[in-house]
Write a protein that binds this ligand. Structure first.
Ligand code: HEM
Length: 325
């Protein structure tokens, strides 16, 4: 089989600025149009930087699975330091090994009661409201759960409002208008990101030093603190704090958006809604348990379809690679 060094095509742009202006003005629109014009893989030129867009599930799968060829963006390291989501190589393996037990199905099941209580309390708050801002509600549920489970810490209502605002700043490092610019340039979005990140580090620092997280089984933060304190530990305090910011970034919006989009889909398809409710009625008796989840097959399909609709395109389509290499 012959190997070629073809580079993916680049959408038409301006001299020197390349695709910068079109991308910054409307990132999603630009990518959508470029996929239509150029194909499922293309190279954007942003102020002298080459950025590759992979818009087909096969390419995305390769990029996620082939860890030797595709390493994580430097931006993750700049934004989140030594968090699991930004490190690679031996450090990734060490961290992943230390933390993966916490994410095992058995461990997650131990937190099920906390998670259902958080959701039940929020749902009770809906009362008789006719209109609910579903994305905000799901964000509150996701963030409250992250705090309970990852940090082992309950949050009050006013704290939660503040935390939601702060958590929203963690995406700002990746704001397209900043993306095209060099990392050292302190754009307003990056400054807000820095403040949000410092806030989460400071919360985690307080919880660590308060000794509120003594039982290593209780939360991920407690486990990390125990690892830091172990003899010959390779975990530094700063690495532990980086994990907290990284987890809030990786864990809250992903979950909140999945739930919000799934509810949107259920709400817009009455026959689907009927089947979901019928299945819930048949399976759940009182508080839902992890064992119930395995029986909620139709709900599982709805969630998978939500992922397919909002995070990737159908597997049935084949990659297209038009234009010059
Ligand atoms: C529906 C919800 C979620 C989706 C769709 C999602 C999606 C993803 C994806 C696509 C990756 C990249 C995988 C890779 O690089 O191989 C990832 C990594 C990661 N996610 Fe999630 N995630 C979700 C929820 C969460 C939650 C709740 C947490 C934490 C409590 C979390 C923490 C992480 C971490 C730490 C990584 C980096 C893992 C590593 O590099 O080893 N995610 N997630």
């Amino acid at each position: 089989m012959s190997q070629t060094n073809q580079r993916p095509p680049t959408p038409r742009g301006l001299p020197l600025l390349g695709n910068t202006i079109d991308f910054v003005r409307d990132p999603l629109g630009f990518v959508r149009e470029s996929v239509a014009d150029t194909g499922d893989v293309f190279r954007m030129q942003l102020l002298g930087k080459d950025v590759y867009i992979l818009a087909h599930p096969e390419y995305v799968e390769t990029a996620l699975l082939d860890r030797d060829t595709f390493v994580k963006l430097d931006d993750f390291k700049i934004a989140f330091g030594d968090a699991l989501l930004s490190v690679h190589g031996d450090q990734w393996q060490r961290q992943r090994h230390a933390m993966e037990e916490f994410f095992s199905p058995a461990r997650i099941a131990e937190h099920a009661e906390t998670m259902t209580s958080v959701a039940a309390a929020r749902i009770a708050d809906w009362g008789n409201e006719e209109h609910i801002q579903i994305d905000q509600l799901m964000q509150a549920i996701a963030l409250e759960n992250l705090f309970e489970v990852v940090l082992g810490h309950s949050v009050s209502e006013p704290q939660l409002t503040e935390l939601v605002e702060t958590a929203n700043t963690l995406n700002l490092w990746f704001k397209p208008s900043s993306w095209a610019l060099p990392e050292w340039l302190p754009t307003p979005a990056r400054r807000r990101f820095q403040r949000g990140s410092a806030e989460f580090r400071s919360i985690a620092q307080t919880l660590l030093s308060d000794g509120e997280t003594k039982d290593a089984d209780e939360s991920l933060l407690a486990r990390l603190a125990a690892l830091r304190d172990a003899p010959d530990s390779e975990f530094t305090e700063s690495e532990v704090l980086d994990q907290v910011v990284g987890m809030v970034f990786a864990g809250h919006e992903t979950t909140a958006l999945t739930m919000a989009y799934a509810l949107h889909q259920i709400g817009s398809h009455p026959t689907v809604a009927e089947r979901v409710y019928a299945e819930l009625d048949a399976v759940i008796d009182g508080q839902p348990t992890p064992a119930d989840l395995r029986q909620l097959e139709y709900l599982d399909q709805v969630l998978n379809e939500t992922f397919r609709l909002y995070t990737r395109r159908t597997r049935a389509s084949t990659p297209t690679h038009r234009g010059r290499g």
